[in-house]
Ligand binder design. Structure first.
Ligand SMILES: [Mn+2]
Length: 333
């Protein structure tokens, strides 16, 4: 081939994954162990910008996207960006377990995006099951930790992986890992290092200061718990609370538990974005699919959102938060 016409050689492997929890970080670690390359770690609001930046690199050869669910707001842009990559013959693999609209699934299939998607197993377990021939003996442990953290250790593959290990050993490792991830959201270097350490088959207890850090996080959560007890409010079908000095996702399970309702909502202002970051959780007896309802409501209010049946999130424009709560309460009636 003449260099002029072929453009730069395609050599780069990139994994775009979710930075906010153990499933996303662990998916990135197993992809790195199996295929090498670099990791780009994002939250939902940053997902599309990061995808565009990765796609702009003419040297991109292979892209893995992990644990990043789509919403009505971004799904069409996601499909068109992947379409452009496929035209350049970039290999694209999308591995996820969030709700995915059938029409988007069909479009991805027609683009020959490799889709690994099962709403019944966490992303890391799916990565493990698909690529285990390229992974070492430590990988199922990482996948078991991710399954526990995503409440999916009772699923067929997740439970099989958990059963390999001592349950308490996995629980304490998964929890320490999660508290270190949640407490380092504004420290991208730490998160990158964590992906590298897990890919190098290190255990959470081998990471410097990890248990100490988890202890501090646990104490902070106890403070959050006390604040939720006094600050939480209820509507007929849900409990809710605005959080000011911690993350919404750390508080939401307390809101759910203390309210005695089947749905809990915690939200925190993102001053720089003019939105509320909203976390929603459902109890075991919650019948509604909260991810689908939240996706629809958030979109109709000019925001975006989505996720799982009993755990999801949204970004809601600041003036619309009361309307979101009212409408959600109504939809749950
Ligand atoms: Mn997940």
């Amino acid at each position: 081939m003449t260099a002029g016409r072929a453009g730069p050689a395609k050599t780069k492997t990139v994994c775009l994954s979710h930075k906010e929890d153990t499933d996303g970080i662990s998916s990135a670690a197993l992809i790195r162990q199996a295929f090498g390359g670099s990791s780009v770690l994002v939250d939902y609001p940053g997902q599309m910008d990061a995808l565009e930046r990765i796609a702009a690199d003419p040297e991109l050869k292979s892209l893995y996207i992990c644990d990043l669910g789509l919403s009505k707001k971004n799904q069409d842009g996601f499909v068109s960006t992947l379409g452009a990559l496929r035209k350049r013959r970039v290999a694209v693999t999308y591995i996820d377990h969030h709700d995915l609209e059938p029409k988007i699934r069909r479009k991805l299939a027609s683009l020959k995006v490799k889709l690994i998607h099962d709403v019944n197993e966490c992303t890391t377990v799916q990565v493990y099951e698909k690529f285990k021939s390229k992974l070492d003996e430590h990988a199922p442990f990482i996948a078991a930790c991710a399954a526990v953290t995503d409440y999916m250790e009772d699923r067929p593959a997740g439970s099989r992986l958990l059963a390999i290990y001592d349950r308490q050993f996995v629980l304490v490792s998964a929890t320490v890992l999660t508290y270190n991830i949640v407490g380092h959201q504004k420290d991208p270097e730490f998160l990158q290092g964590l992906v590298e350490d897990l890919a190098a088959s290190k255990y959470p207890h081998e990471l410097d200061g990890s248990f100490q850090f988890a202890q501090t996080q646990t104490a902070k959560l106890a403070d959050v718990m006390a604040k939720v007890r006094t600050g939480m409010k209820t509507m007929k079908n849900l409990g809710y609370m605005e959080i000011v000095d911690s993350g919404a996702s750390g508080a939401v399970n307390f809101v759910l538990g203390f309210s005695g309702k089947d749905v809990g909502v915690a939200y925190k202002e993102r001053v720089d974005h003019g939105i509320y970051a909203v976390s929603v959780r459902g109890s075991k007896s919650c019948k509604a699919h909260l991810g689908k309802i939240t996706n629809e409501l958030a979109t109709s209010l000019g925001g975006f959102g989505g996720g799982h049946g009993k755990a999801c999130g949204a970004a809601i424009p600041k003036p619309k938060i009361r309307a979101f709560l009212r409408e959600l309460n109504k939809r749950l009636g």
